[in-house]
Design a protein around this ligand. Structure first.
Ligand SMILES: Nc1ncnc2c1ncn2[C@@H]1O[C@H](COP(=O)(O)OP(=O)(O)OP(=O)(O)O)[C@@H](O)[C@H]1O
Length: 493
């Protein structure tokens, strides 16, 4: 085993100035702790203190976010707004009586899925298959991407012996899009590692239909395009009628909510009842106008600099799974280079971009503090030859700082939406691996939202299972006219 059982202190270069005894609560300090370790912890805290934002700071972030959202909703101000607040053309929520067979596609992050969904008597049956999108396609041409999607659909339909059927399809496409109707959306900008040429500004439903036509062996009509936040909200609202917010905390982050039509100056659809529409906020772009620069750390700036979309998705880059591990890696690397961890020995893996996976943060924060079994495993995987229990404690501290800020930033966003909706009881549907697998994300969010939300609003965060598939089928059901019970579930412009 490479880690050291004994508390061997790493040789560190420290100045000899008198050290003030720390008063901080975490990491817990044993009274007999050697002074050198206190000094190291003090220094590590110094490097991490920019991740700590007090409640006044979070309230300031909320004010900024609300201001940006209002700009996004306003007719005159939308063009210059960073948060686009796209109306989705989904006007009301499912009631469980939707019926039929549907295809759904889910593209938006690490995987592409094709699903066959049956809605019947409030029950949902699903069969699905995940298909990889190779890196060369993620960053190739648009036609290549859509040909690949159509190819996966054809393979799936063949495998399920449904190639001869013409089923309605709901397409969950989780990138910032301006919708022109329920089945028409132009991509505004690629995010989350995608960069296919010739798609930005184009209608992605049209491009998908063209790819289907090019191959001639399948007949698919996309009747609805939606974002994964909308799918998440629809899927959860099927079971919980207080659900009015959809939140994604996965590769990226985004949220949608039900807004009154009166507040949506950009609305160009009909004004039938219910006078409301789901707004896809695309809040990941919050901060792209530099309004959050007052608390961004040098690590955030470096992550941005080395991303495919520099200067964009600033809020997303401080919250979501695609970036969180990388932020932690940069902090740990810096601390090691400063001689504060691992005896100053930097491994090749620690120097490699994207090598410290966000799932490591979940594993490390799940650890039993006496043993640090997961942390030791992660450090071994990171090629760290020699480390102490104190190093494990400090690595965990860094992970906690990075992930807590992410949870609190997402909480500030949710508090803004809860205050906007302002109903006595509101459920927030949440999906995404970061939220589902991080051991403390949910609890930290509940704590922080409780301190930030207006009094009199009760909220619940609820995991929404497979929203991208189920939600897409529910919207498709409404559009395809198979569901007749509701007057209007969606409306086309
Ligand atoms: N155990 C884990 N703990 C925390 N984060 C994780 C874990 N496993 C995966 N992730 C992060 O979650 C992201 C994947 O999210 P998800 O599985 O929700 O899929 P996605 O559809 O790609 O995301 P999105 O909905 O944002 O497009 C990865 O970027 C990864 O960093």
């Amino acid at each position: 085993m490479k880690w050291l059982d004994k508390q061997v202190l790493a040789p560190v270069a420290l100045d000899e100035a008198p050290v003030e005894l720390p008063t901080f609560e975490h990491p817990k300090l044993e009274p007999e702790m050697p002074l050198t370790r206190l000094k190291i912890r003090n220094k590590i805290r110094g490097y991490c203190e920019d991740f700590e934002i007090d409640n006044d700071g979070y309230k300031r972030i909320m004010n900024l976010l609300e201001h940006e959202m209002d700009k996004g909703l306003g007719k005159e101000t939308n063009a210059a707004a960073t948060i686009k607040m796209f109306p989705t053309y989904v006007r009301s929520l499912p009631d469980g009586s939707e019926e039929g067979n549907f295809l759904a596609l889910d593209l938006g992050g690490t995987n592409f899925r094709v699903l066959l969904i049956t809605l019947h008597g409030g029950e949902v049956k699903m069969e699905s298959k995940i298909y990889l999108i190779p890196q060369y396609i993620m960053q190739g041409s648009g036609n290549q991407l859509f040909d690949h999607l159509a190819d996966c659909c054809a393979k799936f339909m063949k495998a399920h012996a449904i190639s001869h059927l013409s089923l309605p399809l709901g397409f969950t496409f989780s990138f910032p899009c301006k919708q022109h109707g329920i089945a028409s959306a132009s991509l505004q900008t690629w995010t989350k590692g995608f960069k296919c040429a010739g798609v930005e500004g184009e209608d992605v439903v049209r491009m998908f239909h063209e790819a289907v036509k090019r191959r001639k062996d399948i007949d698919i009509t996309c009747v609805a395009i939606l974002n994964d936040t909308v799918g998440t909200l629809m899927s959860c609202a099927h079971d919980d009628h207080n659900c009015e917010i959809g939140l994604i905390l996965g590769t990226g982050t985004n949220a949608c909510y039900m807004e009154k039509l009166d507040n949506v100056e950009l609305w160009d659809g009909d004004d039938k009842e219910p006078k409301q529409v789901i707004i896809n906020t695309e809040w990941g772009a919050f901060g792209d106008n530099k309004c959050l620069d007052w608390f961004r750390t040098p690590y955030d700036k470096e992550v941005d600099e080395f991303s495919l979309n520099g200067g964009k998705q600033v809020y997303e880059k401080m919250i979501s799974g695609m970036y969180m591990g990388e932020i932690a890696r940069l902090v740990i690397l810096k601390l090691t280079q400063e001689g504060l961890m691992f005896g100053g020995e930097v491994s090749e893996e620690l120097e490699t971009r994207q090598r410290f996976y966000t799932k490591y943060i979940s594993e490390i924060e799940s650890d039993d503090e006496d043993e640090f079994r997961n942390t030791k495993q992660v450090l071994e995987e990171m090629g760290i030859e020699t480390f102490t229990i104190e190093d494990c404690r400090n690595v965990r501290y860094v992970c906690e700082q990075v992930s807590t800020r992410a949870a609190y930033l997402a909480s500030a966003g949710i508090a803004v939406l809860l205050n906007k909706i302002s109903k006595p009881e509101i459920t927030v549907a949440v999906d995404g691996s970061l939220y589902k697998f991080h051991p403390k994300f949910h609890d930290r969010m509940v704590d922080k939202i409780s301190t930030l939300v207006n009094p009199g609003i009760k909220f619940k965060l609820m995991v929404s299972h497979d929203g991208s598939g189920r939600g897409a089928a529910m919207v498709a059901a409404a559009v395809a006219g198979i569901h007749f019970k509701n007057d209007v579930i969606v409306s086309d412009s």
